[in-house]
Design a protein around this ligand. Sequence first.
Ligand code: HBI
Ligand code: FE
Length: 326
Amino acid sequence: NIFDVQVIRDPTNVKDCWYPKHISDLDRCNHLISKYEPDLDQDHPGFSDKQYRKRRQMVANIAFSYTYGDPIPRIEYTEDEKRTWKAVFDKVEDLLESHCCKQFRDILEILKKEVGFCSEKIPQLEDLSNFLKRRTGFSLRPAAGLLSARDFLASLAFRVFQCTQYIRHHNAPHHSPEPDAVHELLGHVPMLADPQFAQFSQELGIASIGASDADIEKIATLYWFTVEFGLCKENGKLKAYGAGLLSSYGELLHALSDKPEHKPFEPSACAVQAYQDQDFQDIYFVAETLEDCQFKFRRWVEENIRRPYDLWYNPFTQTLEVLDST
Ligand code: HBI
Ligand code: FE
């Protein structure tokens, strides 16, 4: 609420810490975390596949040379890559009615009608970005791999989702140690087309701007247990809304089974919950509804994230503005 303004206690502080002010500043928010890459990680399914590594380099170069405003270059995907997409897509579709939340089901229908979303072809980032712009004002930009939490979260403040464009290795279609286009396009894009979820995602991003490293870690953990692995209730039944689940048949089954622990979503507990990113989760947080998750998060930010200034995203200029109370 722009009329609910906080006083800027020390406006000079603001200049000390660089953060993106305009959406084009995201050109500088692309710091990669070297973790689970095929070139560096011996356990990566593509480690000993020279051709795959060369392909990955080629796709990564698109992201490295991308700057704000460019159309996202299209990729001609290989037969192997198309088979991988289809394998994951078909499996998830089998669990759509029983395991996936209503928002996801509804938007998948729209994506099928409007952009030809289907198991037979891998959608192009540029087409999905244009779809999202019309639905919620979100847009995509290509990312070369796993980005730092700070850079990744900052982009959400601008309703920008940094999106990998490569496909996981065909030897392990149902597991990827790093984000890939199957996960982003099947898991994240449909949820970002939901207005309320888009708003929640942007609020996660705005909360992260200028935050301390300790606070970034908490916000990244909240992101992990909601946007990536969140569960919610629907007519008394558990459903998945997290992208890590919506793009993985195996974990979707696991998450809704009685094997893991299900805790009610409570931001202050969730923000400090330990987790690992190598295997299925042992704990999932269950939101009453996605609105309830958003309200609880908003209250947690107000009570926990201390900043000497307040920020507002101006969608007309695509700029983060420091709110001035005078
Ligand atoms: N980078 N490319 C990319 N995709 C993600 O989904 C992603 C990321 N970096 C960090 C991240 N996700 C989250 O796990 C949080 O740390 C924000
Ligand atoms: Fe993700």
